[in-house]
Design a protein around this ligand. Sequence first.
Ligand SMILES: [Zn+2]
Length: 168
Amino acid sequence: MDSLERVRSYVAQLTGPEGLRIAEALMSRKEATDSELAEELNEKPSHIRKVLYDLYEARIAEYHKEKDKETGWLTFYWAIKPDHAAATILDRTRKDLAELKKALDFEQNHEFFICPDGAERFDFQRATEHSFHCPEHGSVLQQHDNVNELEQLRQRIVALEREARPAQ
Ligand SMILES: [Zn+2]
């Protein structure tokens, strides 16, 4: 996956196709203001700004501001640098992957119990603390086969491992 592809796929997940359209327009320029993007895309500036701030929060978009010497007005110049953004995304993906692997390890090495009258799951230690009774319903906890949880975790790990591969 190259940087552009990585950024596109991440932005699409984060903001949907509308946000991706804005990010694409921004990446095709060196930098742009919200009103330039609004005009180019025929969108409300407020909508453009919302997406830009979401991308900024996710450390995908960057800005610098300039003050007009006469009016004192601030203009924000936005940019997405694909290599920066891709490095941020890759870093985040690797951290998520490490967390998932920890979670998988925990699932594989613990026994679980479930309340038949609710959906709450207890690991062995917590079940012991409550003498194998649900603290909320008083019901006797039943052994829970975590095959589904394991499968979900494995699938997410495979997907993230694919995304975490370095650029070719
Ligand atoms: Zn319960």
